[in-house]
Design a protein around this ligand. Structure first.
Ligand code: NAD
Length: 487
């Protein structure tokens, strides 16, 4: 067992963090850490044992008892200091992130910056978490409505934003006065390790944040069932969301589920096509399409369909695909072999069912999980890609005629995360935004993720919100104290 040190370790080597101690593999099992651009093994991730998970729960439970009573200004200062430490180590964090996840270094740098900004944002927000005093209808009785931390939290994180996904959960928990056990993604452990190291170096008491990797189903079963754990948060697939929702319901734990989507983009005939392509193609091919908010289906009015597709193809053909850490690259590798296989299957399935391949449609090279940016048109509704989130660099385009038709198609699936609309008519935007079944709507933009705004879905894209005041409130309970001041 390694003792934690006072110095911030730049290396971000995979390790567990339980009760303030860094734990290396010793005689535990290990998972190979693969660089998706080269398929080289670049590290080994220790697998937490059931004992480690239980130790993390006990540590979080013990830490919560004192952490909940800290002044908001103390929590704020620690978050702010951790943000500063991350900024000082930003390049090392970005290199780790890009090497493990595959995204280009520019996107990795932006993500690290965003994580630091998010900690700053929570450092501010937690200082202004007010309750209220309400006059009751009984003489002499004052109603005090207070916000308290919900308790130790269990968090599960996907690999597509290895910094931002854990940071949204850790930042909110620490700010609210909760402790947290994070099961981060085994594919991309280094960035989560860096974040926890930054918090440790900033003076966060032992046990407030604990970090695990290992067998997801085994770890989640222990964590979600544990009576000490008072809240669950998952960013991941709808499939796993449903599993954890059932488990959480068994012990009445509140939860946030940030799950998958199948995000439509509606491009009306009066849209600025140059801008519509610039926004939606950038959002589509960022992180090789492995973004929960990425456009998944394009519905383009028949009058502008061909012009839109020509510009999309031009955009896709200009993207240099390669190893994310190298200069001059616009799109990196998919993060794992399973994604490469699924994207390949979805495109092949669409083409077999009659879709027209306008650009791309194949793996690039035979080493590294690279897939070409791809544009498909005339995609039939029966193609799997029109129902299953591609989570890859594929843009399926369909024509539409009327506003009602576009809205009906957009709302036809069981998902409701993000939707996008491009038009120069304020009326059309208002009407469409009101009708879309989604947690987020982008009008003439695909940038809907902001620290200041609530992020989350409807329908099978989940429930609960992250970021914004809703994201802090989710980690608090509302307690009423009825105080008889006359007695
Ligand atoms: P996933 O559901 O397979 O994994 C997410 C997390 O759950 C990981 O920590 C994983 O180890 C864990 N997990 C996996 N199987 C589990 C099980 N049986 N029991 C308990 N935990 C388990 O998701 P993924 O494939 O890693 O991520 C991709 C999905 O995440 C996409 O659908 C994407 O849209 C979604 N996502 C959503 C948001 C959002 O904010 N709504 C953000 C990013 C990604």
């Amino acid at each position: 067992m390694l003792k934690s040190t006072d110095t911030f370790n730049l290396r971000g080597d995979p390790a567990l963090f339980v009760g303030g101690d860094w734990i290396e593999a010793d005689d535990r099992e290990e998972i190979e850490l693969i660089n998706p651009a080269t398929e080289d093994v670049i590290g080994l991730v220790p697998v937490a044992t059931a004992r480690d998970v239980k130790a993390a729960i006990s540590a979080a439970d013990a830490a919560f008892r004192s952490w909940r009573g800290t002044l908001p200004i103390t929590r704020s200062n620690i978050l702010r200091k951790a943000a500063t430490i991350m900024r000082e180590n930003a390049e090392g964090m970005a290199q780790t992130l890009s090497r493990e996840q595959g995204k280009i270094i520019a996107e990795a740098r932006l993500e690290v910056q965003t994580v630091a900004d998010l900690f700053d944002w929570f450092a501010e927000e937690c200082r202004r978490s007010y309750g209220r005093v309400v006059e009751s209808r009984v003489e002499g009785v004052k109603l005090h409505v207070v916000q308290e931390p919900v308790g130790p939290v269990a968090a599960f994180c996907t690999w597509n934003f290895p910094g931002l996904v854990p940071a949204r959960k850790i930042g909110a928990a620490v700010a609210a006065g909760c402790s947290i056990v994070v099961k981060a993604a085994e594919e991309t452990p280094g960035t989560a390790v860096h974040i926890v190291q930054a918090l440790e170096a900033a003076g966060l008491p032992a046990g407030v944040v604990n970090l695990l990797f290992g067998n997801p189903a085994e770890i989640s079963t222990i964590l979600v069932d544990a009576p000490e754990i008072r809240m669950i948060t998952l960013t991941g697939s709808t499939r796993v969301g449903k599993l954890l929702a059932k488990q959480a319901a068994a012990t009445m734990k509140p939860a946030i589920f940030e799950l998958g989507g199948h995000n439509p983009v509606i491009v009306f005939e009066d849209a600025d096509i140059e801008k519509a392509v610039a926004h939606s193609a950038a959002a589509k091919f960022r992180n090789a399409g492995q973004v929960c908010l990425a456009p998944d289906r394009f519905f383009v009015h028949e009058d502008v369909h061909d012009a839109f597709v020509d510009r999309m193809v031009e955009y896709a053909s200009e993207l240099a695909v390669g190893e994310g850490v190298k200069d001059g690259i616009h799109m990196g590798a998919l993060t794992n072999r399973a994604r490469l296989d699924e994207v390949t299957r979805l495109v092949d399935n669409a083409v077999a069912k009659g879709a027209k391949l306008c650009f791309g449609g194949a793996r690039i090279g035979n080493r590294g999980y690279f897939y070409s940016p791809t544009v498909l048109t005339d995609v039939p509704d029966e193609a799997d890609i029109m129902q299953i989130e591609p989570f890859g660099p594929v843009a399926p385009v369909q024509k539409f005629r009327s506003l009602d038709d576009a809205i009906a198609r957009s709302n036809s699936l069981r998902f409701g995360l993000a939707s996008y609309v491009f038009s120069s008519s304020i009326q059309k935007i208002d009407e469409t935004a009101a009708a879309l079944e989604a947690g987020l709507v982008g009008a003439n933009t695909c940038a809907v993720s902001h620290h200041e705004g609530p992020l989350g879905g409807v329908k099978e894209s989940g429930y609960g919100r992250e970021g914004s005041i809703e994201g802090l409130r989710a980690y608090q309970i509302t307690k009423l104290v009825a105080h008889n001041v006359l007695s």
